[in-house]
Design a protein around this ligand. Structure first.
Ligand code: FES
Length: 294
């Protein structure tokens, strides 16, 4: 089976035009690298890390045209979402290079690029600075080119094709697992990326008021002002990573996913579960006319 797979791959490279080879090589290698980048990021699947997929989704939710409800669902299952994207990237890259189910792999690459554009880079202006759009167009062009070559657009799998896909799947999971051994220690503090930055003018935040802002890593946070000063918390729920919102009428921070309520006046400790840990503290200070990240 492995010999057949390599023979098919070698033959496909030999018979293709240089234009197609270049596209295929670039897309395949880049997709494997994208998976490897996640597999070797110790924080990607670690709750509370600055690079945790749930934290990234929280940051994206403030810019994406997709509804907050969808993001809350994605954030509820952020580890599964992150792991699926990582393994899919490995699988699409390997399948593209080895010419296993190439139309299915190209369609997968196109779909993921389109999804990433809607989720993470939709707001980028001008649009050509967002690489997701470029990859979506590249995958679509590649898909149409190989469809013409293959004289059909069938994604049906014969038995041998299914076995080859199985090999690709197993290799992808193995690569994702091996990545752990090349991982630097994960950053555990979600506010670690914050640098001294102006958040809001003190005059525009009245005593008793609050305002949302983003940390340097794009994750959401909430700033409060009381008679005694200012303080802020990460807005990422410590249960499963959804974004909490302040409810002024009840003076609580509430998570829309499973209903955890935090008391901002008591170090953001949960007063109603299921979360058991307080929200992360973000250090802020008053500097002249501004509230800044300390
Ligand atoms: S994510 Fe479950 S309560 Fe917030």
């Amino acid at each position: 089976m492995a010999t057949n797979l390599l023979a098919t791959a070698t033959n496909s490279w030999r018979t293709q035009s240089w234009a197609l080879r270049i596209m295929r090589l670039w897309l395949g290698c880049t997709w494997i690298y994208a998976g490897w980048d996640k597999a070797t990021d110790g924080g990607f699947l670690t709750r509370g890390s600055a690079t945790f997929i749930g934290t990234q989704l929280s940051g994206y939710s403030t810019h994406s045209p997709l509804g907050q409800g969808l993001f809350n669902k994605l954030m509820e299952h952020s580890i599964q979402v992150g792991a699926s994207v990582m393994v899919s990237e490995f699988a699409i890259g390997l399948a593209t290079l080895l010419w296993v189910a190439p139309t299915l792999a190209a369609f997968g690459g196109f779909s993921i690029s389109l999804g990433l554009w809607l989720v993470s880079s939709f707001h980028v202006s001008p649009y050509f600075l967002a690489s997701d759009t470029v990859y979506a167009v590249l995958w679509l062009s590649y898909l149409l080119l190989i469809r013409n070559k293959r004289k059909g657009f069938s994604m049906s799998l014969e038995r041998r094709g299914a076995m080859r896909l199985g090999i690709i799947g197993a290799l992808s999971v193995a690569f994702a697992g091996v990545g752990k051994f090349f991982t630097p220690k994960a950053t555990q503090d979600s506010a670690a990326g914050a640098t001294a930055t102006k958040i809001v003018k003190l005059a525009s935040l009245k005593v008793g008021g609050s305002t949302n802002f983003l940390l340097a890593d794009g994750s959401p946070a909430i700033l409060f002002r009381t008679k005694t000063g200012v303080f802020a918390y990460s807005a990422i729920c410590t249960h499963q990573g959804c974004t909490v919102a302040y409810v002024p009428a009840k003076k609580i921070l509430k998570c829309p996913c499973h209903g955890t309520e935090y008391d901002p006046l008591k170090s953001a400790k949960p007063i109603v579960g299921p979360a058991t840990k307080p929200l992360g503290t973000v250090k802020v200070a008053i500097s002249g006319a501004w509230v800044i990240l300390a």
